[in-house]
Design a protein around this ligand. Structure first.
Ligand code: ATP
Ligand code: MG
Length: 318
C-alpha cells in the first residue's frame, strides 16, 4: 500500500504541492491527472525519494520515504518524466547496469535483462546506442528499467508519452496485467488512458487534490451523462419537438443542429438511470421520423476535467 500524508513541496515561494494526502491499495491503478504545472511530477518525485518533501511524508509498503528512503526505494520502480536514460550506453549495457544496481548478478542478471528486453520489444535495438534511438524507443528503454526488478510499487510519470498507438496499446495492456499483483500510480494527459487502465483517478490542480474518484464516478459528473442524443430526418421538426417535450422523464431539451431535412437533439433525463431512451425511441417511432442515429451519452472525461480544473484555478485567483 502507498499512503501519502500531508505531502507538501515548495520551491522558494512557489508551493508546487500543497498538503496532499491519499492512499493506494494493491491491485489499484491510480491515475494522476491535472493541468501542466499542477504538481503531478513533483508528487511522484517525492514518493520515489528523488526529492525530499518540504513537509509531510509517505509510506511505501510500510517504509517511510524520509526516514527509510533506501528501503522504500528498493520496493519501487520509477519511470520519470522525459525518459532520462544515459545516452552513451547501449540498450543492453544500460539495462545490465540497472540490473546490477538492483542487485542482480550472473545468470540471474542475464535472464532478467533478457526477459525485460523481450517484454518491452527492444530485441531489435539491444546493441544500439541510446542517443541514436527514436523518442518512443527511448521511452521504452526507460519503461524497461522501471519494471526490470519486478517491483511491488510502480510509479510512472506519463508512461505512454511519445509512443505510437500500437505501443500505447501494448504498454496499457502490460500495466493492466501487472496491476493484479502491484500497486501502481501513473500520470497522464490522455484521458482515454484513464478509462483504459486506471481503477481510480485523482485530479490535481495548483498542487491540491480537487477530485478523487473512479473513472465512472468522474464521468457521472458530466452534465451530459445519461442524455439521449439523436438525429432524425424530418420535415416537421417543430411538431416533433413539441411531442418530445411531453415525455415525462425529460428534464430539458437541447437542439444541437437543425437543417431543412435533419434535426439533432440532446434530451436530458430528470433522473440519471431513468428509462428515457426507451420512451424517446418509442415516441420517435410513433412520429414516423427516420432516425439516423440514437445513443445515450456516457459523459466525457475531458469536459469533467475542464470543469473541475477551471473552477479550481478560478478559486485560486479569487
Ligand atoms: N526544481 C524546481 N524548481 C523550481 N520550481 C519547480 C521545480 N520543479 C517543479 N517546479 C514547479 O513546480 C510546479 C509543479 O511542477 P510539476 O513538474 O510537478 O508539474 P506537472 O503537474 O508534472 O506538470 P506537467 O503536466 O507539465 O508535467 C511548476 O510550477 C514547476 O515550475
Ligand atoms: Mg509532469
Amino acid at each position: 500500500m502507498i499512503k501519502a500524508t500531508h505531502l507538501s513541496k515548495s520551491f522558494g515561494k512557489k508551493v508546487a504541492v500543497d498538503n496532499i494526502s491519499f492512499m493506494v491499495e494493491r491491485g489499484e491503478v491510480l491515475g494522476f491527472l491535472g493541468p501542466n504545472a499542477a504538481g503531478k511530477s513533483t508528487t511522484m518525485r517525492m514518493l520515489t525519494g528523488f526529492l525530499p518533501p518540504t513537509s509531510g511524508t509517505a509510506l511505501i509498503g510500510g517504509e517511510d520515504i524520509v526516514e527509510g528512503s533506501l528501503a522504500a526505494r528498493r520496493k519501487i520502480g520509477y519511470l520519470p518524466e522525459n525518459a532520462p536514460v544515459y545516452p552513451d550506453m547501449t540498450v543492453l549495457g544500460f539495462l545490465d547496469f540497472v540490473a546490477e544496481i538492483r542487485g542482480f548478478s550472473g545468470a540471474e542478471k542475464k535472464r532478467t535483462v533478457g526477459e525485460t528486453i523481450e517484454r518491452c520489444f527492444l530485441s531489435g535495438v539491444r546493441f544500439q546506442t541510446i542517443n541514436t534511438l527514436s523518442k518512443g524507443f527511448k521511452q521504452r528503454v526507460c519503461f524497461a528499467q522501471s519494471i526490470l526488478h519486478d517491483p511491488e510499487y510502480l510509479i510512472m510519470d506519463e508512461p505512454t508519452d511519445g509512443l505510437d498507438p500500437n505501443q500505447k496499446h501494448e504498454v496499457r495492456g502490460m500495466i493492466r496485467e501487472m496491476a493484479r499483483e502491484k500497486t501502481i500510480i501513473l500520470s497522464t494527459h490522455i484521458l482515454e488512458e484513464v478509462d483504459a487502465v486506471c481503477t481510480r483517478a485523482i485530479i490535481i490542480a495548483d498542487g491540491r487534490i480537487v477530485a478523487d474518484d473512479t473513472p465512472e464516478g468522474l464521468r457521472a459528473r458530466s452534465p451530459v451523462q445519461g442524455a439521449v442524443h439523436f438525429t432524425v430526418h424530418t420535415g416537421e421538426g417543430e411538431s416533433l419537438l413539441q411531442e418530445l417535450q411531453k415525455i415525462p422523464s425529460i428534464r430539458s431539451l437541447e437542439v444541437l443542429g437543425k437543417t431543412q431535412s435533419e434535426l439533432t437533439v440532446r434530451l436530458h433525463p430528470k433522473d440519471i438511470g431513468a428509462p428515457l431512451v426507451n420512451d424517446v425511441s418509442a415516441r420517435l417511432g410513433q412520429e414516423g421520423g427516420q432516425v439516423t442515429s440514437l445513443f445515450v451519452e456516457e459523459g466525457r472525461l475531458d469536459d469533467v476535467f475542464r470543469a473541475i480544473t477551471a473552477s479550481a484555478s478560478k478559486k485560486e485567483q479569487e
